[in-house]
Design a protein around this ligand. Structure first.
Ligand SMILES: *Cc1c(COP(=O)(O)O)cnc(C)c1O
Length: 378
């Protein structure tokens, strides 16, 4: 079997090489490497795609979250609610700004923040909720927005893993991931569903005044050059990356469909395998399958990974160390092992299999057959 990767960036690039290379050459020709026309075009095209008023490019998804929290004037000591099952970046910016991260258990099926648990931790200091649209599907935004409205809290969506996913409200209205709260934050890290050729990120916002502030903060706090009204950061999306992203944006829905094809293939391959539970598809969200994550009902996850590795099949664990138990985010021992049983169970018993836009039945059959093979060894 050929070299199997978690994400086949090379196969994807080859299909659009000519278009991407032309876009890159266009940037090299006019040398507007910072804030060039391709960046403005991409921001506009992405805003149109998402149905959001403004998109502001920045250097990465982590910066997007930080700039969002700074623009909302969150102050040291303010509490920010976020799921225990997420990438460290979500909690990292909270801690970096001397805000207090308050972790909440996730839903057992979607592994996104459990709205029922949110109200239990709201205090007078709570200022914001940061739901994470994990693995490619939206958290239960209708419930989250209702809680936020009731308690006058900001909602900052971390949609680094779910760009393009649609949330359907109970009245039938649909909105894209990242466009429902005050601010949405995404990452264009190469392996994300809309990935650039390096680091990149963006912030989504429907409010004109808040967007102005987001732009200022991303640009050293300047509105007019050399007038520093706010303390900001230096965080830009390069024109080159934007030009590449603008090409890939045209294929984003196709990419989501291709990922769904892989997910459907795995689902049917595992339909008679009682030892695993295939990913749950929430009724309120489409799934763009950033990850395909299986829950093990039997066997040993790390043994399965080792078994697959010997067959040349990579796998990943998102995330092996729950954030609430990590030293950096739990310095005073506020959270103990056992506080979030689903998050902790998930960190030990789930596995993410290769999934990407380049479907090859031979490769994915081989992966599925070997997963089944492992359970025969038990
Ligand atoms: C990737 C990711 C980020 C961070 O994005 P970077 O561009 O790597 O800074 C934040 N949150 C989640 C959930 C992510 O998956």
């Amino acid at each position: 079997m050929e070299d199997i990767k978690m994400v086949d960036l090379s196969g994807q690039y080859k299909k659009i090489k000519q278009e991407v290379d032309t876009a890159i050459a266009g940037v090299l020709d006019n040398t507007a490497f910072i804030k060039g026309p391709q960046l403005l075009a991409f921001e506009k095209n992405l805003a149109n795609y998402l149905g959001v008023k403004h998109v502001v490019g920045c250097a990465n998804g982590t910066d997007a979250l930080q700039i969002a929290m700074m623009a909302l004037d969150l102050q040291p000591g303010d509490e920010v609610i976020t799921p225990a099952c997420t990438y460290a970046a979500t909690a990292e910016v909270v801690a970096l700004l001397k805000l207090t991260p308050i972790f909440v258990e996730v839903d057992e099926q979607t592994f996104t923040i459990n709205p029922k648990e949110i109200e239990k931790v709201i205090t007078a200091k709570t200022k914001a909720i940061v739901p994470v649209h994990l693995y490619g599907q939206c958290a239960d935004m209708e419930a989250i927005l209702a809680i936020a409205a009731k308690h006058n809290l900001f909602v900052i969506e971390d949609t680094a893993q779910a760009i393009g996913a649609d949330f359907t409200f109970s009245n039938g209205e649909k909105k894209k991931a990242g466009t429902m709260g005050q601010i949405g934050c995404t990452s264009f890290f190469p392996s994300k569903n809309l990935g650039c050729f390096g680091d990149g990120g963006a912030i989504f916002c429907n409010d004109d005044a808040l967007t102005e502030k987001l732009k200022m903060i991303a640009n050293h706090g300047q509105r007019i050059q050399y007038h520093f009204d706010l303390v900001g950061v230096n965080s830009r999306l390069d024109t080159l990356q934007a030009a590449i992203l603008d090409v890939k944006l045209k294929y984003l829905d196709e990419y989501a469909a291709a990922r769904n094809r892989v997910a459907d293939f795995y689902d049917s391959a595992f339909s008679d395998l009682n030892e695993v539970t295939t990913p749950f598809r929430a009724p309120f969200s489409t799934h763009v399958f950033h990850q395909y994550t299986l829950k093990l009902n039997k066997g040993n996850r790390d043994e399965l990974r080792e078994f697959l590795k010997k067959k040349g099949i990579p796998s990943m664990v998102y995330y092996p160390n729950p954030i609430h138990l990590e030293k950096a985010y739990n310095p005073n021992g506020t959270w103990k092992k056992g506080d979030f049983p689903y998050t902790e169970w998930h960190s030990l018993n789930s596995i993410s299999l290769p999934i990407h836009t380049e479907f090859d039945e031979k490769v994915f059959s081989y992966i599925a057959e070997n997963v089944k093979e492992y359970f025969k060894t038990l």
